[in-house]
Design a protein around this ligand. Structure first.
Ligand code: NAP
Ligand code: MG
Length: 487
């Protein structure tokens, strides 16, 4: 329940904090114990209109246009510094709002800073080309900002994912309006507060909190938005794409995954076990790129799963702030979503190698804590091995041949990330070449920290690439100029 000390936050529009309407607020909770830690505005179409108008004005302002690319870069380098200077506070906010272990939030803060560093460095390196055409004409291209970018982000990595698209969007000269998830807006609000003293022209970066079907839909459907960057679920992605179609604007869709770790019997078992474990328990499995399917060679399955189960049973569970290995899942809604899959496993007689139970943590009776869970011998076509469970739940399926491994790995609607585990480098390459996904990790795993590595999906995992130099394409458009100098 909220009380008089609950923090009341406004939206950030046109360089100012709005005064929230007490009748239109959203309670923001700590997933560990269900306590209300803040209230934020339930932003509506009008708020989004104001934010988009502010962004439009700022984008066209002399102040923003006059800022040289290298000056823009310097501002973004300073942003990275500020983020690092406030690491402790930002990490604490992220943990209290998302539930993840504090160490993981600290990594998220560092990754957010690295996005700003990385894109700060490209602000003055966005170049065009000269193209040889006929005599007497000089022809060149200019890569220009795309304009007003709408960013809609999910609840599981707000700081990382917010930074990932905001940093490149600003570095390339755009203006931004961001809508955080209703459940986890706090770290993004803190971030804009921290960046305020840098003096970006007002309106260049706006944040409107609110519900997805209200503020989110208003933003993605706004006729003055020039690009939408959406990260979230497939179903919402479809809706965002429909709005984009109506306005003929490009979208980047970063959607879900059911990423396989493909383990061959010649792998380094100790190394593989360690990564497979981490890839499913990080943020309690609430990660788009979670290694949520173990696709393993039949010959080593039994002993591998036994060792993995043993390692899982040693992990601690608790409130993120208390440094456990696993925190709670986000909410009752997520609990119910996961529980449906666990019930299905029971109904269909899927063996549970370890876990499968919700546990009570002292002092956190309102939180939803799940033991890390292995569902064994799951037929690859079973819903459990096809759909995102979004909890610390790993499915295990076996293969005999490399061909079968690839077929199982590619046999879901998703295609975000895959891990390949083998000491045979030739085989690793051949498998990597055949995988239908955006990133492949060989003998290690983890999409999160790789700010320089292009990231995005095949199939229902979306399209377009975030991160790295590749992301520049989303936030710029090309103009061709042909000048005749000889008549
Ligand atoms: P979600 O329900 O699709 O929500 C994502 C964002 O969209 C939230 O800000 C949400 O607001 C908003 N939204 C909801 N309905 C909308 C609408 N009609 N129009 C516009 N925006 C709307 O996803 P989630 O549950 O937050 O996140 C989990 C999903 O994200 C998983 O599928 C995960 O795999 C995926 N994900 C992908 C990546 C990646 O980079 N590929 C990274 C992280 C997560 P509200 O929350 O306020 O409703
Ligand atoms: Mg949501």
């Amino acid at each position: 329940m909220s009380n008089s000390t609950t923090k009341v936050q406004g939206c950030y529009i046109n360089g100012e904090w709005t005064v929230p309407d007490p009748l239109n607020l959203i309670e923001v909770k700590n997933p560990a114990n269900g306590s209300v830690i803040a209230v934020v505005p339930r932003g509506n179409q009008e708020d989004v209109n104001r934010a988009v108008n502010a962004a439009k004005e700022a984008f066209r302002s002399k102040e923003w246009r006059a800022l040289e690319p290298q000056q823009r870069g310097r501002l973004l380098f300073k942003a990275a510094e500020i983020i690092r200077e406030n690491k402790e506070e930002l990490a604490k906010i992220e943990t209290l709002n998302v539930g993840k272990p504090l160490k993981q939030s600290e990594v998220d803060v560092e990754v957010a800073a690295r996005y700003f560093d990385f894109y700060a460095g490209i602000a003055d390196k966005i170049m065009g080309e000269t193209i040889p055409v006929q005599e007497g004409i000089i022809n060149y291209t200019v890569r220009e900002p795309i304009g007003i970018v709408g960013h809609v982000i999910p609840w599981n990595y707000p700081l990382q994912i917010g930074a990932r698209s905001i940093a490149v969007s600003l570095a390339t000269g755009n203006a931004a309006v961001l809508k955080p998830a209703e459940d986890t807006p706090l770290s993004i609000l803190k971030l804009v507060e921290l960046l305020e003293p840098l003096g970006f022209p007002k309106g260049i970066l706006n944040v409107v909190t609110g519900y997805g079907h209200e503020a989110g839909a208003a933003l993605s459907g706004h006729p003055d938005i020039n690009h939408i960057t959406f990260t979230g679920s497939v179903e919402t992605g479809k809706r965002v794409m429909e709005s984009a179609a109506k306005n003929i604007v490009p979208v980047t869709l970063e959607l879900g995954g059911k990423s396989p770790n493909i383990v061959f019997d010649d792998c380094n078992v100790e190394n593989t076990l360690d990564w497979v474990l981490r890839s499913i328990v990080q943020n309690s499995g609430q990660t788009c790129s979670a290694g949520s399917r173990l696709v393993i060679q039949e010959t080593i399955k039994k002993s591998f799963v036994k060792q993995l189960a043993k390692a899982m049973e040693k992990l601690t569970i608790g409130a993120g702030i208390d440094h456990p290995d696993l925190g709670p899942v986000l909410s009752k809604k997520q609990f119910e979503h996961i529980e449906r899959f666990l019930t299905l496993a029971k109904e269909d007689g899927i063996p549970v190698a370890t876990g499968g139970n919700w546990v009570t943590v002292d002092g956190c009776e309102e939180g939803y804590f799940l033991q890390p869970t292995i569902l064994d011998d799951v037929p690859p076509e079973h819903l459990l091995a096809q759909e995102e469970i979004f909890g610390p739940v790993l499915t295990v399926s076996t293969f005999r041949t490399k061909e079968e491994a690839v077929q199982i790995a590619n046999g879901t609607p998703y295609g975000l990330v895959a891990g390949v585990w083998t000491e045979d480098v030739g085989r690793a390459h051949r498998v990597a070449n055949q995988l239908e996904c955006g990133q492949v990790f060989i003998n290690h795993y983890g999409a999160g920290g790789g700010v320089a590595q292009p990231f995005g999906g095949h199939k229902k995992s979306g399209f377009g690439r975030e991160k790295g130099l590749e992301a520049i394409q989303n936030y710029t458009q090309l103009k061709n100029v042909a000048l005749r100098y000889s008549f």
